[in-house]
Design a protein around this ligand. Structure first.
Ligand code: NDP
Ligand code: MG
Ligand code: MG
Length: 340
């Protein structure tokens, strides 16, 4: 099995003398900044004036412009939306990089697909928590952590790995486990996971199940509970103990149905299409399409988003959740989803 590192394998001294700039204060940014600060590191946040700026000030962290924070720091973690990173990097970060600095990412997209090309005299590595930012923060506060991947793209100083591991420990990942990866592996598996299984695959499966029941004349409310609401219970069981644990908790009838009908729905042809999705990721076709879509101001993205939000399952769900205040409360923070 691959080596998993924990706190006691990591010496964070190498990072204690450095200043860390966290660029962005959204889902990941606030978690990294606050966790690192509470782990005893010297942190400055880089932002523009606005919502995040106000929040960071309120949280008591030092805030500067992206350019000033980058200039001050030795380690610069870029936690901006992936699509905005190349232009902000060019304008405010690159001019402030010094030899021996470290440029850090939480997702490999822009480096792997050459949207950001750093100078050769800085370290470039990633520390990618395998969970949403709000969990990175919450678990840290609870004394636990979210596992993370680290990967080295460029080791100009000879210390990149030590700094990366110290950073990962500082955000609490060493309490849960830290695994080595490469920018290529992190980028491709992350994109594949969210497209085929976690976000795309799951949304499509839920909608198809809901539509099948509603088209057959069943009540949309019943279809919603069966195909969306109950999914959480199943996923919790999977998370805690894998497939066997989930199957242990359901009835034998449900388990038999799982065995005989699951493979009729997701079969070899589904897997063949998953392979096509993976190929588009590996060849850069997906990345190119998404970069062009952004350059064109997202016409297709906006149209699809609108249609998706108008789907019947969303309307029914909204009404039902209003009646379940315990569910609604948890949905307040829209970022609290697995997106990476
Ligand atoms: P968010 O969208 O939550 O936050 C983005 C932050 O960037 C906000 O604070 C925003 O501030 C700021 N920002 C946007 N534009 C600018 C600008 N022009 N100048 C200055 N600041 C700006 O991002 P995420 O935390 O979701 O993602 C950050 C990175 O982490 C990405 O690389 C992503 O792939 C990666 N990642 C994300 C995960 C997640 O859980 N979401 C999980 C693992 C990795 P403002 O309020 O001013 O808009
Ligand atoms: Mg049932
Ligand atoms: Mg992702």
């Amino acid at each position: 099995m691959t080596k998993v590192l924990y706190n006691n394998n990591i010496n964070e001294e190498v990072l204690q003398t450095k200043k860390i700039a966290i660029i962005g204060y959204g889902s990941q940014g606030h978690a990294h900044a606050l966790n690192l600060k509470e782990s005893g590191f010297d942190v400055v946040v880089g932002l523009r004036q606005g919502r995040s700026w106000d929040k960071a000030v309120e949280d008591g962290v030092e805030v500067k412009t992206v350019a000033e924070a980058s200039k001050d720091a030795d380690v610069i973690m870029i936690l901006l939306p992936d699509e905005n990173q190349p232009s902000i990097y060019k304008e405010a970060i690159e001019p402030n990089l010094e030899a021996g600095n470290a440029l850090v990412f939480a997702h490999g997209f822009n480096i792997h697909f050459n949207q950001i090309v750093p100078p050769s005299d800085v370290d470039v590595f990633l520390v990618a928590p395998k969970g949403p930012g709000h969990l990175v923060r919450r678990t840290y506060e609870e004394g636990a952590g979210v596992p993370a991947l680290y990967g080295i793209y460029q080791d100009a100083t000879g210390n990149a790995k030590d700094v990366a591991l110290a950073y990962a420990k500082g955000i609490g990942a060493g309490r849960a486990g830290i695994l080595e990866t490469s920018f290529q592996e992190e980028t491709e598996t992350d994109l594949f996971g969210e497209q085929a299984v976690l976000c795309g695959g799951t949304s499509a499966l839920v909608k198809a199940g809901f539509e099948t029941l509603v088209e057959a004349g069943y009540q949309p409310e019943v279809a919603y509970f069966e195909c969306l609401h109950e999914l959480k219970l199943i996923v919790d069981l999977l998370y805690e103990g894998g497939l066997e644990n989930m199957r242990h908790s359901i009835s034998d009838t449900a388990e038999w149905g799982d065995f005989v009908s699951g493979p009729r729905v997701v079969d070899e042809s589904t897997k063949a299409r998953m392979k096509e999705v993976l190929t588009d990721i590996q060849t850069g076709k997906f990345a190119q399409g998404w970069i062009l879509e952004n350059q064109a101001n997202r016409p297709q993205y906006s149209a699809i988003k609108k249609a998706e939000n108008e789907h019947q399952i969303e309307k029914v769900g909204k009404e039902l959740r209003e009646l379940m205040p315990f569910v609604k409360q948890k949905a307040i923070n829209k970022k609290e989803v697995v997106s990476n």
